[in-house]
Structures are given as structure tokens and as C-alpha cells.
Design a protein. Sequence first.
Length: 280
Amino acid sequence: MARPQRDLSPDSLIGHFGLEIRTFRNDAGLSQSQLADALGCTGQWVGAVELADKAPSEAFAQDLDTYFQTNGSFHRLWKTIKRARHRTVLPEWLKQWVETEQEAQTLKNWEPLVVPGLLQTPEYARAMLRGKPGITEDEVEGQVSTRIERQQILSSDSPTLLWAVVEEGVLRRLVGSSEVMRDQLGALLKAAALKHISVQIVPSDAASTAGLSGAFWIATKEGEPATAYIDDAIEGRVTDHPREVAQVINRYDSIRAEALPTQASMDLIAKVRDERWMQA
């Protein structure tokens, strides 16, 4: 007789995470407030995670492992929750790319319309996603959460190298509100100041037409062939076909040749933020 399939939905896993906390806490003879004091959080937060009203954060999982000396069990469960959330929130055509993205050592991106997803603030991402016809608020929040989680590859101990090339119009295009744009361009400047992130702007009057066909990403990892993700209005496509990837790389190089140098790009971002969005 076949064994029943385990429920690996995010809600089920978050419930299991809460049960594990409660078990360890009770075995240690601690109240929620006492555990919260030991971890530097609130009893309300501990209670919310125990009841699966809130999903645990990575830092919370690591703190639990340290306190209860569980050899990474809580962190491994957190990773399983993260993978499950990706499976349920992300559309099928994007899941393959996200796995590639998470393993890449270098990412190169061209964006003619919006700020690159890995550099978006939650407010910018939320405003952009709400424009999708038929999407519910729960779906928006799920996709925003997943997008922000994906950004952790840029803040890990060995962060991914990101080379982003963005069209100038992206800086001037209103998404959400003036406040959202001010914060987003500020976040873009902060990211561009990091050693592992490069942001270059292609001026609106650039002569090259190589980027007019749409956004794309290129992922590379030592010892493996490069992979490209090509975006369109409905869904993206992932390819590792050598000829197709070579064409995307050539297109990227052509676009980047038209971009402003890094410092000039940062100056332009700051100028647009201060002149267009500070006064709005």
C-alpha cells in the first residue's frame, strides 16, 4: 500500500515549525515571554509563530537553533518553508530561473522598463504587482515576500555579483507614488555603492537599439555553461542553449557599451531622485 503524500504546503510547514517551538519551549519549562526575553524578541511574536499566524524569519530560526542547540534543525525547516513558498507562489515558468538565480555566482541584467527585481523595495514591488489584471491582494503579498527573499543572495556572506544595466526612463517612470520612487531610487543608490553590485544607466538618447526587444538576465557559475532568462509580457523563458545564450550575451555587451560609467550613473540616479521625486 502506497504511503500518503506528505503535506509540504507552506501553511502546513509553518504549523510544524510552531509545534517544534512549543515542544522545545515546554520541555525547557519556559513561557512564551521567557523564551522571547532570551531571544531578544516579544512574547507576541513567539506566540504568533507558534500558532502559525506568522511565518518565521531566518534570523529567528537561527536564534532558536543557537538557544536550544538543535544543530541547525530550525534553520533547515525554515529553508524548506522558503522552498515550498516559492513552489506555490511562483508561476511554473519562473521556478526554473529562481533555482538558477540562487546558485549563480554572477548575474547580469538589462531592464528597459522597471527597476530590476533583485533591487526593488517592497513598496515598489507591491505597486508594480498590483497592476497585474486579476491579481488578488493575497497573491500580491505572497509575490512581494518571495521577491524580497530572493534578494538575500545579495546580502549573504558570499554575495552574488550583480551587474545591472537600466534604461533612464525607469528612473522617471512613476510606480506607486512619488514617495515610493524616492525610496526606490535611494535604495538603488545604496545598492550601487556596494562592491559586488554595479548599476549603470543607459541614457534615453542612446543610439543603440539592442535593448528594445525586452528585459533579460544572464547567470554564470564557474565550471557550468551560462543560462539566460528572457522576459516578455506574458511569461519568461529560460535557456542554456549555447547559441541563444551567446546572442543574449552579445546583446548585453552592446547595451552596456551605451551605458554611463558607474559614478556618472549614480549621479544621474541622485539627480532624478532630487529633481523629479523630492518635489513631487
